[in-house]
Ligand binder design. Structure first.
Ligand SMILES: [Ca+2]
Ligand SMILES: [Ca+2]
Ligand SMILES: [Ca+2]
Length: 230
């Protein structure tokens, strides 16, 4: 896991510095329309893309196109359609459809950031990709106020929150995923970080009274995307 996290962080930094922030006026989210599995669009196609590596890359194409409300992705052939409707669908094995919600009630504002609690459980790399596709990043806690805010969110929602930090580069030296800057504050549980079997990622966890636990980077957790408002 150590190597893949390191490679990923470098990719993330380069993408992040290209600054996707501000590209979208509202947080958008997307959800699968499983009723339309194995169908592809023939009408209202805004963009048709080849060699798309991931679902988040396909979603990102749609988010960037005005009028795009839904997208269809075929993982095997790496084909992606961005469309303004789900009309005129034809059977086509392997495609899955996702629809975009542009007003997301879970979006919250605190300090200089918007936060979106995503209840899908993903491992850190997928979670960061998901947030980047929304013009955001996996949440990074910089102040005691933000720490309290996120802890309270986890308590209210009775959920874990994966954090955008890692010590995969140097054991015990925790850095933010988007910038590699040192993490200024922690709220570890009394027995953590214990690096149990090389744990290099972290989250606010309900099983330790909403303190932080260092966890395996392949552990799937709910997470929060953060986007600066200024
Ligand atoms: Ca933050
Ligand atoms: Ca560690
Ligand atoms: Ca631990």
């Amino acid at each position: 896991m150590r190597i893949s996290v390191s490679v990923f962080v470098i990719i993330i930094i380069s993408q992040y510095n290209a600054c996707v922030f501000g590209a979208f006026k509202e947080f958008s989210d997307f959800s699968r329309v499983s009723a339309n599995d194995n169908k592809r669009p023939t009408l209202d196609i805004i963009g048709e893309y080849e060699q798309i590596q991931s679902l988040s890359e396909c979603s990102s194409r749609c988010f960037k196109r005005p009028g795009c409300t839904t997208f269809f992705f075929h993982r095997g052939s790496r084909k992606c359609y961005a469309t303004s409707s789900a009309n005129g669908l034809l059977p086509s094995e392997g495609f899955v459809q996702f629809s975009i919600q542009t007003s997301v009630p879970q979006r919250r504002e605190f300090g200089k950031s918007h936060y979106l609690l995503v209840k899908n459980r993903l491992a850190i790399l997928e979670a960061q990709r998901y947030c980047l596709a929304l013009g955001a990043k996996l949440v990074e806690i910089e102040t005691p106020e933000e720490s309290t805010y996120l802890t309270n969110m986890a308590i209210q929602e009775n959920t874990d929150i994966l954090l955008g930090i890692t010590d995969a580069f140097m054991e015990g030296k925790w850095v933010f995923l988007s910038s590699m800057d040192s993490v200024p504050l922690f709220n570890w549980s009394i027995e953590d970080p214990d690096n149990d079997r090389n744990q290099d990622c972290a989250g606010i966890v309900n099983y330790k009274s909403y303190t932080w636990d260092d966890i395996d980077c392949s552990d799937k957790r709910t997470f929060v995307c953060e986007r600066l408002t200024v």
